[in-house]
Design a protein around this ligand. Structure first.
Ligand code: FAD
Length: 457
C-alpha cells in the first residue's frame, strides 16, 4: 500500500527527527538498494531514525498506516529481508558507532552499526568481539542470527559474547533483554532475534586479543582436492582452538580454472602457527601460498572488495557431520558445472570447540553439534544467468543434503515461507519460539525475517 497524502506523512514527521526518503525524492534509488542486486523492491517510504524516539515514532506510524515493516542494518540479507515493496523500511544507518569500556571489557554498539565499527573500536583497546569476515556486514543481522567468523573455535559465535540488547518492541516499548532481564526473550534473540523487535543497542563482552595473526590461503589445482581435504581434516582434528580453518573448491576470477584451497587464521604465536601449519604448507607446487603475519583488522577487510555491493548472489548452506571423500568428489563435479560467467564454489568451515562448549539449549541458534558448516555460493553480474545460477545453488544444496545434521544457519537461508523456520530451529525450539512470538509480537509486525508466525503451531 502506498503512503497516501502528505497529511498522513505529517503523523510521522511530528515526533521524528531523522531522514525520510520517498519514491519521488532524488536519493530514493540509492536508498532502496540492498547488497544483493537480485533484490529490486520499491518501498513506499524509507526512514532513517537517529535514536530510540525516532524508531518508536516510525513504528507507530507504520502500524497506524498498516504498512509492512522492514528493518535494516547493513542491508546484507541475501533474500532481501531488510526491504519490501510498498511498505516502510526502517533503516538504522544513522544509528552507528561502538563505545568500548576497557575496564569492563565491554562494547556498547548502536543498532545500525557495521562490523568494521565494532572491530576498530575493540582493537583500539587490544580487545576483540568474534564477528563475521566482511567488514561492511551489519552487526544487527549477523548477531541476531548467530554470527560465524574466524575466531569462532576460540571465542564462539557472536551471540556467545552478547550480554544484552535494548529493543523497541511491536507495541512501541523500549525493553532490555539479558540473562537477568527478560531471559526468555534474550534466549530467542540469540538466533531468531529479527522476529521480536528493533534492536537499537547491543552490549558485547570483549576479549583480550593481540592484533597480529597468521592468515592466508594455500591454493592448488582442483585435482588435488582430496589431498587438501585430508590436510584440512588433520588441521581440524589436531589444531588448537586458536586455529580457524576452511576448505574450499571454486571456479571463477583467475583464469587458471577450478581450484581447491585451505584458508587459515592462527591467533597463537608465530612459532606455534609455523608448527601447526607445516603439514598444509608441505604440499608441493601450490598455485598460491599467501599465509603470512597480518594485522587482524587487515584480515577482516580482505574480502570487502570481492564481496562489494551490487553483485547478484545466491547461496545454500548446511551443517554436516563429516567431510567424506565422496562428498568432496561430488562437490568437485559440481564446481565444474558453475555456469560460464559466474564465480562459484563450496566452502567448509571447521565448527566445534568454543561453539560446541555452549549447550544447544542455551540459545535459539541450532546446530552447535555439527562438525562443519558447509556453504555453496555463487555470484554473477548478468541477469541472463539468473536461472542457471539459482539452479546451480539448488543442485549444490542437494549434494550436501544426505550429510546434513540438525539445524540450519538462519542467516544463510534464502527461501522463505512455509515450514522453513521449523527446519532452521527443529521442532522443540520452534514451538518455544512460537510461544515467545505470541508474547512479544502477537500480530506479527516483524515478519520480514525467517518468520516465526505467532498463529502457527
Ligand atoms: C558479503 C556477506 C558476507 C557475510 N559474511 C558473514 C560472516 O562472515 N559470518 C556470518 O555469520 N554471516 C555472514 N553473512 C550473512 C549475514 O550474517 C546475514 O546476511 C545478515 O543477515 C546480515 O546482517 P545485516 O544487518 O547486514 O542485514 P540486513 O539485511 O540489514 O538485515 C538482516 C535481517 O536482520 C533484521 N534486522 C536488521 N537490523 C535489525 C535490528 N537492528 N533489529 C532487529 N532486526 C534487524 C532485518 O529485518 C533482516 O531480517 C554475510 C553476508 C554477506 C552478504
Amino acid at each position: 500500500m502506498a503512503v497516501r497524502p502528505s497529511d498522513d506523512l505529517g503523523k510521522l514527521t511530528d515526533g521524528f527527527s531523522g531522514e525520510i526518503v520517498r519514491p519521488d525524492d532524488p536519493g530514493y534509488d540509492a536508498a532502496r538498494a540492498v547488497w544483493n542486486s537480485m533484490i529490486d523492491r520499491r518501498p513506499a517510504l524509507i526512514v532513517r531514525p537517529t535514536g530510540n524516539d525516532d524508531v518508536v515514532a516510525a513504528l507507530r506510524f507504520a502500524r497506524e498506516q498498516e504498512l509492512i515493516v522492514a528493518v535494516r542494518c547493513g542491508g546484507h540479507s541475501i533474500p532481501g529481508l531488510s526491504t519490501c515493496d510498498d511498505g516502510i523500511v526502517i533503516d538504522l544507518s544513522r544509528m552507528r558507532g561502538a563505545d568500548v569500556d576497557p575496564e569492563r571489557r565491554t562494547a556498547s554498539v548502536r543498532g545500525g552499526s557495521l562490523l568494521a565499527e565494532l572491530d576498530d573500536a575493540a582493537q583500539a583497546h587490544g580487545l576483540v568481539c568474534p564477528v563475521g569476515v566482511v567488514s561492511h556486514t551489519g552487526v544487527a543481522g549477523l548477531t541476531l542470527g548467530g554470527g560465524m567468523g574466524r575466531l569462532q573455535r576460540q571465542l564462539g559465535l557472536t551471540i556467545d559474547s552478547l550480554l544484552a540488547v535494548e529493543l523497541v518492541t511491536a507495541d512501541g516499548r523500549v525493553v532490555r533483554a539479558s540473562e537477568d532481564e527478560n531471559p526468555e526473550l534474550f534466549w530467542g534473540m540469540r538466533g531468531a532475534g529479527a522476529n521480536f523487535g528493533i534492536v537499537t543497542s547491543f552490549e558485547f563482552q570483549l576479549h583480550p586479543f593481540e592484533g597480529l595473526v597468521t592468515y592466508g590461503t594455500v591454493t592448488h589445482p582442483i585435482e588435488r582436492a582430496q589431498e587438501l581435504a585430508e590436510r584440512f581434516r588433520e588441521l581440524v582434528e589436531d589444531g588448537p582452538d586458536e586455529l580457524w580453518t576452511s576448505f574450499g573448491m571454486a571456479v571463477g576470477g583467475a583464469a587458471r580454472g577450478p581450484t581447491a584451497s585451505v584458508s587459515v587464521l592462527h591467533s597463537g604465536s608465530s612459532a606455534d602457527a609455523e608448527r601447526d601449519l607445516a603439514g598444509l604448507r608441505a604440499l608441493e607446487d601450490p598455485f598460491e601460498d599467501s599465509i603470512e603475519s597480518k594485522q587482524y583488522l587487515a584480515s577482516q577487510r580482505l574480502f570487502d572488495a570481492p564481496m562489494e555491493w551490487g553483485q547478484r548472489f545466491s547461496m545454500k548452506s548446511s551443517f554436516i557431520a563429516s567431510l567424506p571423500d565422496a562428498l568432496v568428489g561430488d562437490w568437485a563435479d559440481q564446481v565444474s558445472r558453475v555456469p560460464n560467467g559466474a564465480e562459484g564454489g563450496f566452502s567448509v568451515w571447521a565448527w566445534g570447540r568454543a561453539i560446541a562448549a555452549v549447550s544447544e539449549e542455551d540459545t535459539a541458534f541450532t546446530g552447535r553439534g555439527a562438525a562443519f558448516w558447509a556453504g555453496a555460493e555463487i555470484a554473477w553480474n548478468d541477469d541472463a544467468l539468473d536461472d542457471a545460477c539459482r539452479s546451480w545453488a539448488r543442485a549444490a544444496a542437494d549434494t550436501a543434503a544426505p550429510h546434513a545434521t540438525v539445524g540450519r544457519y538462519v542467516n544463510d537461508v534464502t527461501e522463505v515461507g512455509g515450514d522453513v523456520a521449523r527446519t532452521i530451529y527443529g521442532d522443540a525450539k520452534y514451538e518455544r519460539l512460537v510461544a515467545l512470538k505470541r508474547e512479544w509480537d502477537p500480530e506479527n509486525v516483524f515478519r520480514l525475517n525467517q518468520n516465526i508466525a505467532p498463529w502457527r503451531s
